[in-house]
Design a protein around this ligand. Structure first.
Ligand SMILES: [Zn+2]
Length: 454
C-alpha cells in the first residue's frame, strides 16, 4: 500500500467522516459532560476492531488501540463543545437551543478526522502486517484545559512514541510550537462575620481581602513578562451589605509563554494574596486546579507534517460553499476579514484554499492555551490545521459553530484525516524521520511533571 492508497482509503470513508462530524455537532456536550460523544467514538472504533483500554482513570477519556509493536502512534481526538454557543448551520446568529452548548471550536471535526485517520492507519497496518501500533485517544475537557493534563497524570500516554494532533482553523498550516502555558487557581479567604453597622469592629471582611488582592495583582502586572496574561473573576463576596462577608473567593487564570514563567508568577501572586490576608486579618487558602504547558517545539516533526500537507488533498470549496462562507464573513468587520485574508493569502476569497507558508506559525502563533501542550512534553507531538471556517472568523464564535456544522468544516476534516494518516505512514516507514524527531525531542525536553493534584 502506497501513501496515495492510504489517502484514497480516507476518501472512501467520507460518509463515515461526515456522519461522525454531524452526529457530534448535533449533540454538543460541554467539557466534562462528553458522555454520548465519547461513547460514539468508542463504538465506531470498537466496530472497526480497535481494543478499548484505559477507561478507568478519567470520565469520558479512553484509548482505542490496534496493532502490536513499535512505533506506537497516538492520534489525539477531542469532542467537547462550548457552553452557550448553540447555533444552527446558518449565516445569521440563530441558536438551535438558546443557552445550550455548541461546537464553536470545531471539536466535532477534530475528533471525527482523528478517528477516521486512525481507522485508515489501522486498515493499513492490517493489510501490510507490519510492526506498529495505532492509538486513538479520546480526550475530554480540552476547553477546560484539563483533560490531557489529567491523562498524563494518570499515565494514559505511557508506551506511546509519537503524537499527532490537529485543529480546525482558517488556514492550511503546521505549528512547530505554540500555546501559552496556563494555570487555573482559586483563592479563598475566610474572615469573621459581624453586623456591619452595629459591631463592625468585630468583623473581618473576606471580601476586602479579595479586593486588596486584585489591586495588588494589578500592580504586579507591570513587573512580569509582558507576554503574561492574568485574568480573574470573583464568584462569591458575601450575602448582604449589612453582614461583614465571612467568606470570599476569586478564580484566577495565569498564562505566559512557558510553564516556568507561570509558576514564578503564581508564587508572586501567592505573596500578594498572603499580603491581603495579613492586611485584613483573614485566612487565605490557594488551590491550584491544574496548569497546562506550552508546546515543546519540534521542527523536524513540523517538516514531516508539512510535507504531508503538500501530499494530501487540501479542501476545495465549491461556489455554493464559498457563497455561504462569504455571508459569514459579511458578519464580521471588513477590516478584520481583510487582515485575515491577507495573512492567509486567500486573494480576496473567504476561505483559505492553498497551502500556507511553512513558517506562517511564526507570525501567526497559537496564542491560546491547550492541554495538548502537556502531551508534547511526554512524546514528540505535531499540530496542523486545515481550512474549516472563513478567514476573519474566530474560533469560539457562532460563525465558527455554523461552519463546523456544514460541508465547510467537513471538507477541512477530510483533508486533515488524510494528513494524519500520511504522517503515521511516514513514521512507520522512515526510520530517519523518527530519529530526527526523537533527537530533537530528547535535546529539548525538560524535567516535566503534570501540574495537577487530585
Ligand atoms: Zn479547540
Amino acid at each position: 500500500m502506497e501513501k496515495k492508497d492510504l489517502h484514497d482509503e480516507v476518501k472512501k470513508m467520507e460518509p463515515l467522516l461526515k456522519s461522525s462530524c454531524r452526529t457530534i455537532w448535533e449533540n454538543p456536550e460541554a467539557g466534562g459532560n462528553e458522555k454520548e460523544s465519547a461513547e460514539y467514538f468508542r463504538r465506531i472504533l470498537k466496530d472497526e476492531g480497535f481494543k478499548i483500554v484505559n477507561e478507568e482513570h478519567l470520565e469520558h477519556a479512553f484509548c482505542a488501540e490496534y496493532g502490536s509493536g513499535k512505533p506506537v502512534i497516538a492520534i489525539l481526538g477531542e469532542y467537547d463543545a462550548l457552553p452557550g454557543l448553540s447555533q444552527k448551520a446558518a449565516d445569521r446568529k440563530e441558536p438551535v437551543t438558546k443557552g445550550a452548548p455548541g461546537h464553536g471550536c470545531g471539536h466535532n471535526l477534530l475528533g471525527s478526522a482523528a478517528a477516521v485517520g486512525a481507522i485508515a492507519v489501522k486498515r493499513y497496518l492490517e493489510t501490510e502486517k507490519i510492526s506498529g501500533t495505532v492509538r486513538f485517544y479520546g480526550c475530554p475537557e480540552e476547553e477546560l484545559l484539563s483533560g490531557k493534563v489529567k491523562m498524563v497524570y494518570y499515565h494514559m500516554f505511557d508506551g506511546c512514541d509519537f503524537a499527532i494532533s490537529w485543529h480546525p482553523m482558517s488556514a492550511n498550516m503546521v505549528y512547530d510550537s505554540g500555546y501559552l502555558a496556563s494555570a487555573s487557581v482559586h483563592f479563598e479567604f475566610r474572615g469573621r462575620s459581624s453586623h456591619a453597622a452595629f459591631a463592625p469592629e468585630l468583623g473581618r471582611s473576606a471580601l476586602d481581602a479579595v479586593e486588596l488582592m486584585n489591586v495588588g495583582v494589578n500592580y504586579l502586572r507591570e513587573h512580569v513578562t509582558s507576554k503574561a496574561r492574568i485574568h480573574y473573576t470573583t464568584d462569591s463576596g458575601g450575602f448582604a451589605p449589612n453582614i461583614v462577608p465571612p467568606f470570599a473567593g476569586s478564580w484566577y487564570y495565569v498564562r505566559a509563554p512557558y510553564i516556568s514563567d507561570v509558576k514564578e508568577i503564581l508564587e508572586r501572586i501567592r505573596k500578594v494574596a498572603e499580603g491581603a490576608a495579613l492586611m485584613t486579618e483573614t485566612e487565605m487558602e490557594m488551590k491550584i486546579d491544574y496548569g497546562c504547558c506550552e508546546m515543546l517545539e519540534n521542527h523536524a516533526y513540523g517538516d514531516l507534517a508539512y510535507q504531508n500537507m503538500k501530499e494530501a488533498e487540501l479542501p476545495v470549496f465549491d461556489e455554493e460553499e464559498e457563497a455561504f462562507a462569504q455571508r459569514l464573513v459579511d458578519t464580521v468587520t471588513k477590516a478584520d476579514a481583510q487582515k485575515a485574508q491577507n495573512l492567509y493569502g486567500t486573494e480576496g476569497r473567504p476561505m483559505t484554499w492553498k497551502l500556507n507558508d511553512r513558517n506562517l506559525y511564526r507570525v501567526n502563533p497559537l496564542s491560546a492555551s491547550s492541554d495538548s501542550g502537556d502531551v508534547s512534553h511526554v512524546m514528540p507531538m505535531c499540530v496542523l490545521s486545515t481550512s474549516c471556517w472563513p478567514a476573519g472568523v474566530a474560533p469560539h464564535t457562532w460563525q465558527a459553530t455554523a461552519a463546523a456544522g456544514c460541508s465547510l468544516g467537513e471538507k477541512g476534516a477530510l483533508s486533515a484525516a488524510q494528513v494524519i494518516a500520511g504522517i503515521a505512514y511516514d513514521l512507520y516507514h522512515k526510520p530517519e524521520a523518527r530519529e530526527a524527531i526523537l533527537k530533537e525531542f530528547n535535546e529539548k525536553k525538560d524535567d516535566y511533571t503534570p501540574m495537577y493534584e487530585v
